[in-house]
Design a protein. Structure first.
Length: 487
């Protein structure tokens, strides 16, 4: 393989061409431009520099990805016969996919690449805007807004605003993060004499500009804290740190791991209620409240040096990757049952559990008893300690009920408590066989009871009665009516 030299042609003006780039092109015989559509090309012609271009590839392929792959392959083929000078707009290391593809191929195949220093369009934009990027800047590819997201806390440059159609797509995606009337600057041909255009507009006006082309980028200034349209996890952490800070909220500063325990449980159950009600607006709100508890505890932990929110995020990401080898590695699975089996085996290895009893003991002690019973029975069933049929589980309920009836009328409180627990445990086993979550089922019954009780009270009030003065028979009749009228 021969040597590849990659040159940047600068943002457009001949003033941005480096001496090294010009000398290399003047001394080379095989120069290839990614595209001839660049303002400095006329100057190259005037200097007697001859070249070939890959513009024909753009017409032959259906996507930019295919274009870039094809150009890289063609250059590799050329290198089998001769040295090649490959010239790209701007700098080779700014928004140049073909250069990155060639670097990857050079590592695999083993050819040499020499880079000639050059100026990118980004420097020209800084000059045009009279901006210093030292306070923060993010550059994103406008054609990749589905994968790349803007950072509203810093200035952003969006490249490749090719035409009005592309601009319209960009605008819609950007308005997910910025207000419609957020000010932006549209820059076309930055650094090119007599061709540079700069226009200050509102974001919603982006696709109304007629002169958008391949030389166009947009500059989006960062948003102030009080004008954010979309907040991120980092914003929540900042807010929480401020609330816990010296001039923050007295209540928030007083909270500890222990004082927040009830809120964690409460918020989790409020999420569950929103799911039960199928209320998506409420679910959105309650998930936010639950997330606040995660961040609250993480901020307290960071204050004591215990751990940071990044440790929490890293831990769960690693766990998901490691417990899904059928997705992130080469393991093949036949279905959900095998996925769950693998999950449990991986978890046991992570926890260094030598016995199945250890996995039963690992179930959180603070879980509600119904949920804990269900999980214990599930784990035991995975090793075959289970009934064969639901009828067997139902028969066990009858057996436990009989044992309760034998002692309920005695004064053996401990025995009564034990037998009642056995009965409830057996009922949970039936629920598991029927694939019913007993916690959810019981909550449904509680809700039904409240609705029917409300019916009794309202009917009594309509007839001039109060519950305390009614007989059980009277209330029972209304209860039976409620069973008809109320779920």
């Amino acid at each position: 393989m021969e040597k590849l030299t990659i040159i940047g042609l600068g943002p457009g003006s001949k003033d941005y061409l480096t001496i090294g780039a010009m000398e290399k092109m003047k001394s080379s015989h095989h120069i290839y431009l990614r595209t001839e559509k660049h303002p400095v090309v006329e100057y190259l012609k005037m200097q007697g520099i001859t070249y070939e271009t890959f513009d024909h590839v753009y017409e032959a392929k259906e996507s930019f990805d295919e274009v870039y792959e094809s150009i890289a392959e063609k250059i590799v083929e050329l290198l089998k016969q001769q040295d090649v000078v490959y010239a790209v707009p701007g700098s080779p290391f700014v928004a140049e996919v073909t250069v990155q593809l060639l670097i990857e191929r050079a590592k695999k195949i083993g050819f040499t690449i020499e880079f000639v220093p050059s100026v990118s369009f980004v420097e020209a934009i800084f000059h045009t805007l009279k901006k210093d990027p030292i306070k923060g800047l993010k550059i994103i590819d406008g054609l990749q807004l589905g994968n790349q997201t803007p950072d509203v806390e810093t200035d952003v440059i969006v490249t490749q605003v090719y035409n009005k159609f592309v601009a319209s797509e960009m605008k819609l995606k950007l308005m997910e993060y910025y207000p419609d009337e957020h000010p932006i600057v549209v820059i076309r041909g930055a650094g090119i004499p007599n061709e540079e255009k700069v226009k200050n507009i509102m974001l919603y006006e982006l696709d109304r500009i007629e002169w958008l082309d391949y030389l166009t980028s947009i500059y989006i200034p960062k948003m102030g804290d009080n004008t954010l349209k979309v907040y991120t996890l980092n914003d929540l952490i900042k807010i929480m740190k401020r609330l816990r800070g010296k001039d923050g909220c007295p209540w928030d500063r007083e909270q500890t791991y222990d004082s927040l325990k009830p809120y964690v449980i409460e918020e989790a159950y409020e999420v569950l209620e929103a799911l039960e009600e199928k209320d998506m607006l409420l679910l959105q709100e309650e998930l936010g409240d639950l997330l606040l508890q995660v961040v609250f505890h993480s901020v307290i932990a960071s204050e004591f040096g215990d751990f940071h929110i990044s440790d929490v995020l890293t831990g769960i990401c690693k766990k998901l990757i490691e417990r899904h080898p059928h997705v992130f590695a080469e393991l093949h699975v036949d279905g959900t049952r095998q996925v769950l089996k693998n999950w449990e085996e991986i978890k046991r290895k992570e926890k260094n559990e030598k016995t199945y009893t250890e996995s039963l003991k690992r179930i959180p002690k603070s879980l509600p008893a119904l949920m804990k019973s269900y999980k214990v029975q599930e784990k035991a069933a995975k090793v075959g300690f289970d009934w064969d049929h639901v009828e067997d589980a139902i028969e066990k309920v009858r057996e436990e009920l009989e044992e309760l009836l034998e002692v309920y009328n005695t004064e053996e409180y401990d025995k009564i408590k034990e037998e009642l627990g056995d009965l409830i445990f057996a009922v949970v086993n039936v629920a598991r066989f029927l694939k019913v979550d007993p916690e959810i089922a019981l909550n449904g019954t509680i809700k039904k009871f409240i609705n029917r009780f409300e019916f009794i009270e309202m009917n009594a009030k309509e007839n001039g009665k109060i519950l305390e003065e009614m007989s059980l028979d009277e209330m029972d009749k209304l209860w039976n009516m409620a069973k008809i009228h109320k779920n």
